[in-house]
Ligand binder design. Sequence first.
Ligand SMILES: NC(=O)c1ccc[n+]([C@@H]2O[C@H](COP(=O)([O-])OP(=O)(O)OC[C@H]3O[C@@H](n4cnc5c(N)ncnc54)[C@H](OP(=O)(O)O)[C@@H]3O)[C@@H](O)[C@H]2O)c1
Length: 338
Amino acid sequence: MAYKVGIVGVTGAVGQEILALLASRNFPVEELRPLASARSAGKTIEFGGKTWTIREATPESFEGLDFAIFSAGGSISKALAPEAAKRGCIVIDNSSAFRMDPNVPLVVPEINAHALKNHKGIIANPNCSTAITLMGLYPLHKAFGLKRFFASTYQAVSGTGAAAMEELKKQVVAWASGEELETGVYPYQIAFNLIPHVDSFLEDGYTKEEMKMLNEGRKILELPELVCTCTCVRVPVFRAHSISVDAEFEKPVSVEAARKAIAEFVGAEVQDDPANKVYPMPLFYQNKVKCGVGRIRKNTAFDNGLALWVCGDQLWKGAALNAIQIAEEMDRQGLLKK
Ligand SMILES: NC(=O)c1ccc[n+]([C@@H]2O[C@H](COP(=O)([O-])OP(=O)(O)OC[C@H]3O[C@@H](n4cnc5c(N)ncnc54)[C@H](OP(=O)(O)O)[C@@H]3O)[C@@H](O)[C@H]2O)c1
């Protein structure tokens, strides 16, 4: 079974990764429809040994497609995803536009693939930091029953897109040659700095990004009572997010049992041998399918608690890879063909 596949935002940071992963994972593509803005219409891309012309994304551009992966921002998703679904093209959306919509499954296939069968044409891909954090937390939840957690994120600039990666590169070069550092994408210099501001601020002082960890975590884990607090920080790293997590569980915990649970979970791997300086870092988790979990220790702040550190490629597990894994799972469940 091969599919007619659309990619909205094909020229962007996530779009480029979707193209590469569809090829490297040999996803069965009969026809590719690369879509972006009018700026890119007419340009060409190579895929599957063929040259494909980029078209502007319009409602009509979804006619005859089996599914399309959207990575062009929330406003484009809001405008075009319903148009695509109306035309029988299933939408897998990387933006936050539909994540909390009760009619839209929010899916991490290793955790809640069962939710896909209830889709009504649109499936949402989770927030990158939330998906990566859950790769560490979900196996522990299965083992000990998650009650609450405290998270701090260290988010790479590629999380903001292609322009942000350019900005960090330029600032580092300017710094090295003693020139003025220009800002544009971020409110402040990001090189050699930390910005505790990801997405916009809410009345209660949290940012939208920080609330995604709670709201989306509850929906994916199907734990409506779960509590968490999160602080999200942009860091001068090009790729792969890291999250420090302090978690409290219903049942007594042990570090050995925690390592065993994570090692047996398909989405993650244990990188935890402090004595030999073995722990996950963004340096080692770029272009990796699995997320790494380390620094696992009994939490000194509360009983039945663990402290841990999770790293993962947010362009992959946080976006492109998770979206393609959703398509692969829907193919397996026979949910992609009309
Ligand atoms: N970056 C990440 O790690 C990450 C993780 C999770 C989710 N996401 C989400 O994925 C989406 C894309 O992020 P990104 O990082 O790939 O951004 P990006 O690098 O800035 O790329 C944006 C893409 O959107 C396209 N686009 C812009 N305006 C458009 C329009 N009017 N019609 C059609 N396409 C349009 C651009 O096409 P042109 O080149 O033609 O302008 C480009 O392909 C965002 O919703 C983001 O929240 C990103």
